[in-house]
Design a protein around this ligand. Structure first.
Ligand code: ATP
Ligand code: MG
Length: 404
């Protein structure tokens, strides 16, 4: 028995009209991207279902990749069958013979999109069910929780038959929600926030602040490698590295310790916003979580956020650390995130940052700095690259040494 194709059902079906078209178009493009190297595979995006014709390609491989394409609600490997009772019975039996073991329970579940088809769903359930009952060894029918549900979908062009209903990741196709910048550190939270942004259909570009010579190449490599893991959900991701050492040095030299954190963060947000504008993004995402650390109290967020009116979206704002960690493990970023390469924030972190900084004070202190010059020089130093799924940046041996 060989499945001929994978039939994909779309997520968030409330989407209509032009939005629906955009949804399907994006999804098809994203599926095409993740399956591009499987040469024989053909993709047919239709109004209600997407059909991915395998032409001999490995179902396991296609399955593994579809699990990471947002916008897919469920999907089934199917055999496309001619719309005659004979052909339907034959395929149904073929599938059941491959998966059905003596004594298992089963039921037939028919859906009909073509209402002019000569048999209705009840008739098909009965006729195909009876036929299987007569031809399988020791069969048992069970309506509530059968071992095998044989699904028939009668569509306009053919009948699609399957014994599997697989779950996609849900969400919206990446790109349908527009573009934004994501502030990505090397920590646990921002990769999870990135995943959640992608899941809502936001096409993100990473902005990462690094501080050579205070931070090592490995801290930068780690952020890039995290980006590589996230690129599995969208094909590729633009990575923008912003030099931050001069700003940190200057702030440390000229301002009181209690405000180092707040002012550094205000600079980060200003730069993220400048990059967003250049890249034509609509919003800024970050990995802040309310109350997690001193810079993430509501007072701190207010004092930091004060530098821009651009929407700053915080997908993990209300999640517990344990929930964030669970997601990080699920998406495969956790092990990398906990590798101990210091990033730019840890290095210049004051021992006692203010948990309730005042906006007015932050503004007052910044008058001691050449804010525009600092921003401009940082912008001149940015480095832009494109990162592919699972691209590697940390070489294993040096990583091991560092961990000793
Ligand atoms: P994370 O686990 O994402 O590092 P965190 O709990 O360690 O988060 P902070 O280090 O205080 O929190 O940073 C809060 C948020 O600020 C991060 O989630 C990220 O969005 C942004 N941020 C911090 N450091 C950097 C950096 N070096 N480059 C880009 N963004 C950063
Ligand atoms: Mg951090």
């Amino acid at each position: 028995m060989q499945y001929t194709e994978v039939m994909v059902r779309y997520g968030e079906l409330s989407t209509k009209g032009k939005n629906r078209k955009d949804f399907i178009g994006r999804l098809a493009g994203n599926v095409e991207k993740v399956l591009a190297d499987l040469e024989n595979v053909k993709i047919y995006p239709k109004h209600d279902r997407m059909h991915i014709v395998l032409n001999g390609a490995s179902l396991e491989e296609v399955d593994r990749r579809l699990k990471k394409v947002f916008g897919i609600q469920t999907y089934s490997p199917v055999i496309r069958t001619e719309k005659t009772l004979e052909a339907i019975k034959k395929t149904a039996l073929e599938i059941m013979q491959a998966v059905y073991k003596s004594g298992m329970t089963f039921k037939v579940n028919t859906k009909r999109a073509d209402h002019r088809f000569e048999y209705d769903t009840n008739q098909l359930n009965l006729m195909v069910g009876d036929y299987l009952f007569d031809n399988l060894p020791n069969p048992k029918v069970e309506m509530k929780h059968p071992d095998v549900v044989l699904r028939l979908e009668v569509r306009q062009d053919a009948v699609y038959i399957s014994n599997q209903l697989l779950h996609g990741p849900g969400g919206m196709p990446v790109g349908t929600a527009g573009k934004a910048v994501m502030m990505l550190s090397g920590g646990i939270d921002s990769p999870v926030a990135s995943y959640l942004a992608l899941k809502r259909g936001v096409d993100i570009e990473m902005v990462h602040f690094f501080s050579p010579p205070y931070t090592s190449d490995k801290a930068l490599a780690k952020a890039k490698e995290l980006t590589g893991i996230l690129a599995n959900y969208c094909g590729k991701i633009t990575f923008i590295a912003v030099p931050f050492a001069e700003i940190q040095e200057t702030i440390k030299e000229k301002l009181p310790e209690g405000y180092l954190m707040t002012i550094q963060r205000r600079f980060m947000l200003r730069l993220a916003d400048m990059i967003r504008e250049k890249r034509k993004g609509l919003a800024i995402f970050n990995g802040e979580s309310v109350g997690q650390v001193a810079s993430q109290t509501l007072e701190s967020m207010a004092a930091i956020n004060n530098v821009t009116t651009t929407p700053v979206i915080r997908p993990v704002a209300t999640m517990d650390k344990t929930e964030i960690i669970r997601l990080a493990e699920e998406i495969g970023t956790f092990d990398l995130s906990v590798m101990p390469f210091e990033d730019c924030c840890t290095i210049f972190a004051p021992p006692r940052p203010k948990t309730k900084p005042k906006i007015e004070k932050a503004i007052e202190y910044e008058k001691r700095l050449d804010v525009e010059g600092l921003l401009q020089r940082a912008m001149e130093g940015i480095e832009i690259s494109t990162i592919k799924p699972n691209e590697k940046f940390i070489d294993d041996q040096t990583a091991d040494q560092d961990l000793l």
